[in-house]
Design a protein around this ligand. Structure first.
Ligand code: ATP
Ligand code: MG
Length: 258
């Protein structure tokens, strides 16, 4: 990262959960990772390797058992508007319209009602959903709901977007459209993105950097840069090679863990 200060510094982080039988689970062990400004990073790894735990530490929902997690050189102690979150579940409030859900993202800001509404509608417009502003979640498709969730996270202009398998529940075509939307928003806003996925194709399509994890305990086994220009061609030889390389690193990690 050419000596520029990083946006997020994770240093020597371990996370231990107390199991119900009292035996500790090392969800993460000795993780060190820096994320730069405007960087797009995918975290990929088998179920249980600690991806969600790592996002929760950055979001400030959890405090690390050991080590430090910092945002712009300041320790992360709680959630904050500079860190937007989009998770797969619990995305939207069922009793609020799309506009009200996005306005909820602005609740901590001292804005007039009109200004709140204006910003929410502008955010919906960015994700192509201005016409759906008055719809409730049950009136929208899964893809539309995830777009609203992205609009709600972006409306406060965060410095980083933390995304935990946000497109896992939608069909393949919608997923590709959401990926293209996200790349466009990333370029337009300059936000950093930390994106968790199980899907190698998704990581190779989206990320400038793919961080590959293994489980028991959760560790980083590889950190790979992808310099291919956007939009990426899924049918190209380079895409296939990257896919194969990451797939190999994932199964190496799984073998070592076993
Ligand atoms: N609150 C908790 N209490 C106890 N153990 C937990 C808790 N949360 C997670 N764990 C354990 O920590 C490990 C990492 O969990 P985490 O949810 O971070 O994995 P993940 O990589 O996100 O998995 P997945 O891909 O299935 O979402 C797992 O072994 C899990 O069982
Ligand atoms: Mg998870």
């Amino acid at each position: 990262m050419s000596g520029a200060p990083s946006l997020i510094d994770i240093s020597g982080v371990s996370q231990v959960y107390a199991g119900r039988d009292g035996a500790p689970t090392w969800a993460l062990r000795d993780i060190t990772l820096q994320i730069g400004n405007s960087e797009f990073v995918c975290l990929i790894g088998p179920s249980g390797c600690g991806k969600t735990t790592l996002l929760h530490l950055i979001a400030g929902f959890l405090q690390a058992t050991r080590g430090s997690v910092a945002f712009q050189q300041r320790p992360i102690l709680a959630p904050g508007p500079e860190r937007g979150v989009v998770f797969q579940e619990y995305a939207l409030f069922a009793w609020m319209t799309a506009r009200q859900n996005v306005e909820f993202g602005l609740r901590a800001k001292p804005l007039s009602r009109d200004e709140r509404r204006r910003q929410a509608l502008a955010a919906l417009d960015r994700v192509g959903l201005l016409a759906a502003a008055d719809k409730y979640p049950h009136e929208m498709s899964g893809g539309m709901r995830q777009r609203v969730a992205v609009a709600r996270a972006l409306v406060v202009e965060p410095k980083v977007l933390l995304m935990d398998e946000p497109f896992a529940a939608v069909d393949a075509m919608t997923r590709q459209a959401l990926q293209d939307d996200l790349l466009r928003l990333w370029k337009e806003t300059g936000v950093s993105v930390i994106f968790v996925t199980h899907n190698i194709d998704e990581a190779v399509y989206l990320a400038q950097r793919v961080v590959i994890m293994a489980s028991h305990p959760g560790t980083i086994v590889a950190d790979r840069r992808i310099d291919a220009p956007y939009p990426r061609d899924r049918g190209s030889a380079a895409f296939g090679e990257l896919y194969g390389a990451i797939s190999g690193e994932l199964s190496n990690g799984t073998r070592k863990a076993a």
